[in-house]
Ligand binder design. Structure first.
Ligand SMILES: Cc1cc2nc3c(=O)[nH]c(=O)nc-3n(C[C@H](O)[C@H](O)[C@H](O)COP(=O)(O)O)c2cc1C
Length: 194
C-alpha cells in the first residue's frame, strides 16, 4: 500500500490529548495541508482560526457549555447534538477534549460550497496530522452554535470575519491513548457499473 493510503487507513478520531503543545513547524505543516485543499471554483475563501491560548480555550469551553446547557432536548434532534446538550447540563462539558490546539474552519455565508471546501481542508489537516503522529478530531459544536449570539460575538472577537460562517473545527494534539486500530466501515456503500 502507498503512504497516503496507509495514512487514510490509520487515521482515527482522538479524544484524549497530552497537555504538551504541538511544535510550531508541525502546526504549520498541518495548516498548509489544509490550505492546499481543493475548493469550488478555486475560491480559496476558507478561513482558519487557530487557538492555542489556554485561557481563551477555557473561556470558549465555558461559553459553549453554558449555551448548550440552555438548549432544550427535542425529539428527532441530531443524536450528537443531544449528547452535547446532555453533557453540558451535567456540567463541565469539554467539547474539544482539552486539546492544546483548536482550529476553527470558517467560510463565506451564502457560499454554496462553504462546508464542502472546509471539509476538504479539515480532512487534509487530519491526514497531515496523522502522518506526523499528531492526534486530531473533527469538532462540530461551534458550527452548531454558529447562529448563537454569545458564541458568534466571542468568535468575532477572535477573528471571525463579517459575513463568515463557522463550518467545522478540529482539535489537535499528541494523543494520550494507545494507537487505535483502523475502524472497519459497514456503511458508505458503493455501486459499481462496469
Ligand atoms: C462532519 C463530522 C462531524 C463530526 N463531529 C464530531 C464532534 O463534534 N465531536 C467528535 O468527537 N467527533 C466528531 N466527528 C468524528 C466522528 O465521530 C468520527 O469520524 C467517526 O466516529 C468515525 O471514527 P474515526 O474518525 O475514528 O474513524 C465528526 C466527524 C465528521 C466527519
Amino acid at each position: 500500500m502507498n503512504t497516503i493510503l496507509e495514512i487514510i487507513e490509520k487515521r482515527r478520531s482522538i479524544r484524549k490529548y497530552q497537555p504538551t503543545q504541538i511544535k510550531d513547524e508541525e502546526l504549520a505543516a498541518i495548516l498548509e495541508a489544509g490550505r492546499s485543499a481543493p475548493s469550488g471554483g478555486n475560491n480559496q475563501t476558507s478561513h482558519f482560526i487557530v487557538i492555542q491560548n489556554a485561557s481563551i480555550l477555557q473561556e470558549l469551553k465555558r461559553l459553549v457549555s453554558l449555551e448548550f446547557e440552555k438548549m432544550e432536548l427535542k425529539e428527532g434532534m441530531y443524536k450528537s447534538l443531544q449528547t452535547s446538550i446532555k453533557a453540558a447540563k451535567k456540567g463541565g462539558y469539554d467539547f474539544f477534549y482539552n486539546a492544546p490546539t483548536l482550529v476553527i474552519a470558517a467560510n463565506r455565508k451564502n457560499y454554496g460550497n462553504a462546508i464542502a471546501d472546509c471539509a476538504c481542508a479539515l480532512e487534509n489537516m487530519m491526514l497531515a496530522a496523522s502522518s506526523l503522529n499528531i492526534g486530531s478530531c473533527w469538532i462540530n459544536q461551534l458550527h452548531w452554535l454558529d447562529d448563537n449570539e454569545v458564541i458568534h460575538k466571542y468568535m468575532t472577537e477572535l477573528g471571525l470575519g463579517d459575513g463568515e460562517t463557522i463550518c467545522g473545527g478540529l482539535s489537535l494534539g499528541y494523543s494520550a491513548i494507545n494507537e487505535l486500530l483502523p475502524l472497519h466501515r459497514t456503511g458508505n456503500h458503493i455501486t459499481y457499473i462496469k
